[in-house]
Design a protein. Structure first.
Length: 88
């Protein structure tokens, strides 16, 4: 258990896929002092059910299609950025 900092500009409650994504994108935009608070381990809640899931079917809306395209590109660059395999 890590002691939380005494000050943060942004506190995100929940270290699932949404919380970690928000933290990542805020950091990419240059926001400093972002803290993710999770009761257990990052992504240990219900997010693990969807680990590695990239749906290529379902909604055909333009928004869903663009989100899938963005996600696919993001997963490719995350491996280069972090040195950790995304499996993509």
């Amino acid at each position: 258990v890590q002691t939380p900092p005494s000050h943060a500009n942004v506190v995100i409650i929940g270290g699932g896929i949404i919380g970690t994504s928000v933290a990542y994108h805020l950091a990419q935009m240059g926001v400093k002092g972002v803290v993710v608070v999770e009761q257990n381990k990052i992504t240990s809640g219900t997010t693990w059910h969807a680990a590695g899931l990239m749906v290529t079917f379902g909604s055909t809306s333009e928004t869903s299609t663009e989100l899938r395209k963005y996600s696919k590109q993001l997963y490719r660059t995350l491996e280069q950025e972090t040195g950790l395999s995304t499996g993509l």
